[in-house]
Ligand binder design. Structure first.
Ligand SMILES: *Cc1c(COP(=O)(O)O)cnc(C)c1O
Length: 403
């Protein structure tokens, strides 16, 4: 397994030595943060590929997270859309989504770096919960920054984090949402450079985060390859499809296929109420190059470069940018980008529930909305990343469908 997770995925569609994907990526950080990021940059690959690290990482993925997650042939969905659809079941992971693959990896990284304290930022609370979970697992102090507005909106996840022993600190400035929580986390890291590791929750942030997160999540595509080989006699599907917030489940789903030109890469963003309505999170359609969260990437901004507030019915896609890998996949044409509205994602979520008995997260519903935008060939093999389960979204489903 370890040989699959090589150092050789460097350059091309992967990050180069400086953390660039084409023109995107890099590390645009305040001077005071340089030592923290530099320590991580110098050591992450070496640590990640140590035998002892690999062993512990894969053991935890197996026994704690419940991997490998099944690759499930969705018979009724396939019939409905006249193509062969496989679902990569990240919804069955402990904590209910793909995010834990990354937080397991990063907590082990933090331990190897000798850190004793973990900080994170969270918007909807999903990443906060995944981080609080692994901190409990490892007995590490955990501080999660969260906008005051988000704390009020996401009470169940706040309760989960507290139950897991984390401290949730409200960000009281600005719009009191995700970007303000990020600023607070960065401020904390500057003040605590020696003992603290900052766990970023998506394939975003300054180099080496996008690459590190992608490598941890790449267990998804690594498994798809051998699972598809078992089921279909070939490793490569015709398409891989994932929804994109910051882009970590997508990056993990694409990773081993990026250099295989016969595999079509499909990304689905959140169009919210519609790309033209001003209430959306469709970064590829609306974004321009800028700097967010320490990296150069596509982001939604005003004429004078102010980051605009994104909107999506799914809290996990409600992010004004995409990770630098995805900006490069978009501008290079390697991936096809689509955007799905709230209505399309909700309809797709209901369809998956009733055809396959799987209630997806609303984020994930966006990936399944691909069938409302594209027709596949009958013998195409389409693998969709089922990034998370819908339990957390039940109230939204209830309100939307008047259940
Ligand atoms: C957080 C989340 C996403 C979006 O994050 P990415 O980093 O883009 O993967 C998608 N699906 C689910 C279920 C999530 O919890």
């Amino acid at each position: 397994m370890k040989t699959e997770m090589k150092k050789e995925f460097i350059g091309g569609y992967h990050a180069d030595q400086r953390g660039y994907y084409g023109e995107f990526g890099g590390a645009f950080i305040p001077e005071m943060l340089y030592p923290n990021v530099e320590e991580l940059r110098q050591r992450y690959l070496e640590i990640m590929y140590e035998d002892s690290f690999q062993k512990e990482f894969h053991q935890l993925l197996k026994d704690y997270v419940g991997r490998p997650s099944p690759l499930y042939y969705a018979k009724r969905l396939s019939k409905k859309h006249q193509t062969k659809v496989y679902l990569k079941r990240e919804d069955l992971n402990h904590t209910g989504a793909h995010k834990v693959n990354n937080t397991i990896g990063q907590i082990l990284m933090a331990k190897k770096l000798g850190k004793t304290r973990i900080i994170a930022e969270t918007g909807a609370g999903q990443h906060g919960v995944a981080t609080a979970t692994v901190c409990a697992l490892m007995g590490m102090e955990c501080i999660v920054y969260m906008g005051e507005i988000d704390i009020a909106r996401q009470a169940p996840n706040v309760a989960r984090m507290k139950m897991l022993g984390a401290t949730v600190r409200p960000a009281l400035s600005g719009s009191r949402t995700l970007k303000d929580a990020t600023n607070e986390a960065i401020r904390d890291w500057i003040n605590n450079p020696v003992d603290t590791h900052y766990i970023i929750g998506s394939a975003i942030g300054p180099h080496p985060y996008p690459d590190m997160v992608t490598r941890f999540q790449s267990v998804i595509s690594e498994e798809i390859k051998w699972q598809l080989k078992e089921k279909e006699g070939r490793e490569n599907p015709d398409y891989v499809v994932a929804c994109i917030g910051g882009g970590s489940n997508a990056a993990g789903t694409y990773h081993h296929f990026l250099d295989q030109p016969e595999v079509g890469i499909i990304a689905v963003e959140a169009a919210g109420k519609g790309v033209e309505t001003g209430e959306s999170a469709a970064t590829s359609a609306l974004g321009k190059v800028g700097i967010i969260h320490g990296c150069k990437t596509m982001l939604m901004q005003t004429e004078d470069g102010q980051i605009t507030e994104p909107y999506s019915i799914s809290a996990g896609l409600d992010y004004p940018g995409v990770g630098p890998m995805h900006s490069h996949l978009y501008t290079s044409g390697r991936a096809a980008f689509y955007s799905a509205t709230d209505d399309e994602a909700m309809t797709a979520g209901l369809e998956l529930s009733q055809l396959e008995g799987i209630i997806p997260a609303i984020e994930t519903g966006h990936a399944f909305a691909i069938f409302q935008h594209k027709t596949f060939e009958p013998d195409d093999i389409v693998v969709i990343s089922l990034s998370g389960r819908g339990d957390k979204d039940l109230q939204t489903y209830i309100d939307y469908f008047k259940l």
